[in-house]
Design a protein around this ligand. Structure first.
Ligand code: 3PG
Length: 305
């Protein structure tokens, strides 16, 4: 049995080593395709593999149709919007994610970006502090929970909106529940975005919602670029010079943002929220174990299709 690790943005070497150990302990063969530059390379690599592990790599219908022997595909990470789920199901391929494994890494980056912004991009001028500021967590999943934990250490006042999490459970954790996204954005100077990308959330973070933010509002996006209405944010940054947009997933119109709003934005050079050795090892090990457990025991925990 062949297990392909296809990562345009490679795992840390220690993570690959851990994946290899698990794969070889099960007498499977590991095939590595790292830093590929063309979809054709991925299509060629999947031709004879039984299982595959990916990150944000695009598992399109074309890729899945080319993977004739594929039984399982694991997205080593949380968001599986990069897998064509309908195509996986049609091809009898089990699709899985590894929820929670990289969430601390993403949450730590949120604070890195917020501190950098609050301290005037480390330019030596006086900045501000995070303590006592209101932080709104938009979607309280694994990353949101880690953001809340760290925010408490910073002495922030933590709020959250998540239609799937009860007010009681948020209150128990010392978090103020909000009834709607509008209420959250109206209340909090800082917003940390953790909604998944899907049909419902596409471009849902728009001008109307963001214009509710208080003075000196900061939107931090370590989720997905697709949930942002780019034109809306461009219009907003023009209309509200006090607002900032910090994102780990650069917008399509990055150059335009940089040209017009350099002092209001911060974009990482490449999506790096989950790019730590620890997160790679955690997610890589989980992915390899999930494949072995499915093949040996039919264990479908974390199946998403
Ligand atoms: C996730 O959904 O787990 C994160 O967005 C991480 O994505 P990456 O594996 O491409 O860094």
């Amino acid at each position: 049995m062949k297990v392909l690790v296809a990562t345009e943005k490679p795992f840390a070497p220690a993570a690959v080593q851990e994946i290899r150990k698990i794969v070889e302990a099960n007498d499977y063969e590991l095939v590595l395709l790292e830093k590929y530059t063309d979809k054709a390379q991925l299509i060629e690599a999947v031709a004879d593999v039984d299982a595959m592990i990916i990150r944000s790599d695009k598992a399109t219908k074309e890729v899945l149709d080319a993977a004739k022997n594929l039984k399982v595909i694991v997205r080593a990470g949380a968001g599986y919007d990069n897998i064509d789920i309908a195509a996986a199901t049609a091809n009898n391929v089990v699709a899985m994610n590894t929820p929670g494994q990289n969430s601390n890494a993403v949450a730590e980056l949120v604070f890195g970006m917020m501190v950098y912004n609050a301290r005037s991009n480390f330019n030596g001028k006086a900045g501000t502090e995070l303590r006592c500021k209101k932080l709104g967590i938009h979607a309280y999943g694994n990353v949101g929970r880690n953001v809340a934990r760290i925010a408490k250490g910073f002495g922030m006042d933590v709020y959250a909106f998540d239609p799937f999490v009860s007010s009681e459970s948020l209150e128990k954790e010392g978090i103020k529940p909000m009834k709607s996204a509008e209420e959250l954005y109206k209340t909090c100077q800082y917003i940390s975005l953790h909604i998944p990308s899907n049909k419902e959330t596409k471009e849902s973070i728009d001008f109307d919602l963001l214009s509710k933010m208080p003075k000196n509002g900061v939107l931090v996006n370590t989720a997905r670029a697709e949930v942002i209405d780019e034109q809306g944010v461009l219009n907003l940054l023009e209309a509200r010079k006090d607002l900032s947009y910090l994102s780990d997933i650069a917008p399509k119109r990055r150059a335009e943002f940089e040209e017009k709003f350099a002092s209001q934005i911060l974009f990482t050079p490449k999506k790096m929220g989950a790019q730590t050795a620890e997160a790679n090892i955690n997610a890589g090990i989980a992915a390899a174990n999930q494949i072995a457990n499915l093949i040996k025991n039919g264990d479908k925990t974390f199946q998403v299709n």
